[in-house]
Design a protein around this ligand. Structure first.
Ligand SMILES: O=C(O)CCC(=O)C(=O)O
Length: 269
């Protein structure tokens, strides 16, 4: 399976419309890949909070239209990253779109863990509730978005529903790049799954982006890692490696489900 992670530069000075057109052309150039992945909120930038409402789109909005067409033209499965989605009730969500090579919407996913504590996305957007897996011909994807990477229980739920390739679009900041790499590898090792984590490059809203998109195999080895700038990171991998790893080192089989609530034992001096 060939995956191309498109680490898009999100810089001020390029309009959303111009970036949408530019990214669609780049997607079309990825013909020959099986799966193409874009980052989180690449239209606005994940930290351009004041743009979210202005650039929010319905699920089947301008990004949907352009990306469905690009998926068909490239003949690829396209995880088109996420957009600020406006629900008909007015709530905004950080929503990922995944298209089949026929241009059909195979899945959409509303980011569950919103970033920003008491500001930014955490107050401007609603929270998704539903983890999403997507069966492809060769494997099953589990999808998550950026800050979700810090919540292992979401990834375990995806794996329990059959995910073998965990796809994580992000807009991760440079100042916490060490966490990005560490967490991507941790999610791969603990779930014995591939992790395809695609970030943004450039600087927007004064926040330099980490870049360093990364592909990790089920043993935790880094198969490919991007630099800091805009780049398409292409990697070939065999999804059957998931089953082989789980067979060879069957730790997942040893998990104990339905634990009791932890006791608070008093410490006796
Ligand atoms: O968790 C982090 O350090 C970054 C998360 C983030 O930037 C996001 O979810 O948009």
């Amino acid at each position: 399976m060939r995956a191309s992670l498109m680490q898009i530069a999100v810089n001020e000075g390029e309009t959303v419309q111009a970036r949408r057109g530019r990214v669609a052309s780049l997607v079309r150039e990825q013909a020959g890949a099986d799966l193409v992945v874009l980052p989180e909120l690449w239209t606005t930038g994940a930290f351009a909070f004041e743009e979210f409402a202005a650039e929010a789109e319905p699920l089947r909005g301008p990004t949907y239209e352009v990306m469905a067409e690009a998926a068909v033209e490239a003949g690829v499965w396209l995880h088109a990253g996420s957009v600020p989605e406006r629900d008909p009730d007015g709530t905004l969500y950080n929503t990922s779109l995944l298209f089949s090579p026929a241009g059909d919407l195979a899945a959409s996913y509303r980011k569950i863990h919103r970033f920003g504590f008491d500001k930014g996305e955490a107050v401007l957007m609603g929270a998704g509730r539903a983890p999403v897996t997507v069966p492809l011909p060769a494997t099953t994807l589990g999808v998550a978005t950026c800050y979700d990477l810090r919540f292992p229980e979401l990834f375990r739920a995806l794996v329990e529903t059959g995910a073998e390739v965990l796809v994580v679009p992000a807009g991760w900041p440079e100042r916490r790049r060490a966490h990005w790499t560490l967490l991507a590898r941790a999610r791969a090792v603990e779930n014995q799954a591939f992790v395809l984590a695609c970030g943004t490059a450039g600087t927007h809203a004064g926040v330099p982006q980490a870049g360093h998109s990364i592909v990790v195999d089920p043993w935790g080895e880094v198969l490919a890692e991007a630099g800091a700038g805009e780049e398409v990171l292409t990697v070939d991998f065999d999804p059957a490696e998931v089953a082989r790893t789980r067979e060879r080192f069957p730790a997942l089989k040893d998990r104990v489900l339905g634990l009791e609530t932890p006791r608070r034992d008093a410490f006796q001096v």
